[in-house]
Design a protein around this ligand. Sequence first.
Ligand code: FPP
Length: 283
Amino acid sequence: MFRRQDPTVPGLLPGDVPRHVAIIMDGNGRWARQRMLPRVAGHRRGANAVRATVQACGELGIEHLTLFAFSSENWRRPADEVSALMELFATAIEQEVSRLHEHGVRFMVVGDRSRFEPGLQKLIEDAEATTRANARMTLTIAANYGGRWDITQAVNRALAARAAAGRTDSDGPLGEGEIAQYLALAHAPEPDLFIRTGGETRISNFLLWQLAYTELWFTETLWPDFGASDVQAAVDAFRSRERRFGRTSDQVRRAAGNPVAAVADVMDGEGGISGLPRIAGAR
Ligand code: FPP
């Protein structure tokens, strides 16, 4: 089912396939309304699109896929829609985790899960434990997640770690790396490609820290209609972009002819930027 990437230089990808794709799945409600169906029908079809997208990303050799399933703000939706979404999430875990496990996919959830029902929390913990050792691909679901929540909790954890180690303010201000290690997605490189479906062109409090250098791609396609050909279109668009990470276009082109020099360039010129996960050649 899945192809594995085998980069010869750490951080550089053969075929310019993004290592990490992050998606805001939007448009379930409009998909349902267009068909005179209840909104929950759109979410149900949305769950099918999740399955198709995981498979398509696996086949392309994408190592990390992060999906925004429920934002910190989504609690404001009508109570019956919120409970339908929670139910759908629980059912999807129950039905899909063994298949993910068979295909070597690690399943993770990021966000404040303390507000979920204990039963859902247990399902998540079990699914994470079952798939913990899988290394082919990591599927991360952001649920009750918000980018501001993420940065705030990371700063608080970094401060708590300092205090526990007996360090004080006189050790200087927190550094980027000290905060980044506590972010919810510390297990993954920063996303290379961000996709939002449904026609809106906003980040909507998704991975605020992690999207600093990410290529953004927006489509009118409503999430339930999203599938393998859309993943391919987004990856094709990504390939045509030039990622400079603060360098000049000339530097990027020179580095593209010599990937090892590209890494050396970055270590010389930008090694102090702790947020940079890695640098690839021209893309
Ligand atoms: C946004 O569409 C979608 C959501 C808030 C929920 C996403 C949930 C799923 C795709 C269901 C299954 C998820 C998993 C992880 C199994 P919207 O309701 O905001 O659509 P609208 O903008 O057209 O109203």
